[in-house]
Structures are given as structure tokens and as C-alpha cells.
Design a protein around this ligand. Structure first.
Ligand SMILES: [Cu+2]
Length: 119
């Protein structure tokens, strides 16, 4: 192999590595979301109020209302969940095993509603 061939190979390898680094950096910048997806309960609302996830994904619901209890539940023919009382600052994980559209409601605040699309 001539010196020029070797240099060409090194340059090609460096280009591949640089491209890979750009992909990784871009992924970090846009913050590609992964399960568990954070959901905040704040001001007697879920934030966000609607989310699309995949079957088997988990929502991690955090009670960010410093002085309020919440109580998340799902009551559907396909899937049921009940967090029990959620103390301020507590976290509750909900994993959705089946596809469909679901509502996470709050047993304490009837207006709180989170729509979950499970694909
Ligand atoms: Cu609530």
C-alpha cells in the first residue's frame, strides 16, 4: 500500500468518525425522549396533557404541587391502574401494556386529565 493510499484510508475513517460524532451530538441536542416519559402534576393539571408512546413504555408521574395530594388512575376495559394517594414530590410509574387511547385521571381533582395514545 502506498503512502497516499494509507492517507486516503485514514481520511475516510476520520470522516466516518466525524459523521458519527455529529449524529450523537445532534441526538443529545434535540433531547430524544425515551421511556420513562416524565409527566408533571402542577397547578392541578397534567403537563403535558396529551402524549403518544409505544406499547410497553412507561410514564413517570411526579407530583410537583408542593402542598397538594393527587391520585392518578386509569380505568379502561383494556387496562387499569391506581397510584394510591400521591404525596407532594412523589413519583408514580405507569407502564401501558396494550395499544389504545387511555385517560389518566385524578381521583381528587376531577378536571385533571391526561390523554395517552399507546401505539
Ligand atoms: Cu389531582
Amino acid at each position: 500500500m502506498s503512502f497516499n493510499d494509507a492517507m486516503r484510508r485514514v481520511r475516510r475513517l476520520l470522516a466516518v468518525l466525524a459523521a458519527a460524532a455529529v449524529v450523537v451530538a445532534a441526538g443529545t441536542l434535540v433531547g430524544i425522549a425515551v421511556s420513562p416519559y416524565p409527566i408533571s402534576q402542577k397547578g392541578r393539571q397534567f403537563h403535558p396533557g396529551e402524549i403518544s408512546i409505544k406499547r410497553g413504555d412507561t410514564l413517570q408521574i411526579v407530583n410537583d404541587d408542593g402542598d397538594l395530594l393527587h391520585h392518578a388512575y386509569v380505568d379502561s376495559p383494556k387496562f387499569a391502574f391506581d397510584s394510591g394517594d400521591q404525596q407532594p414530590g412523589s413519583r408514580s410509574d405507569i407502564t401501558f401494556p396494550t395499544a389504545g387511547d387511555f385517560e389518566v385521571l385524578c381521583a381528587i381533582h376531577p378536571k385533571m386529565r391526561l390523554v395517552v395514545h399507546v401505539n
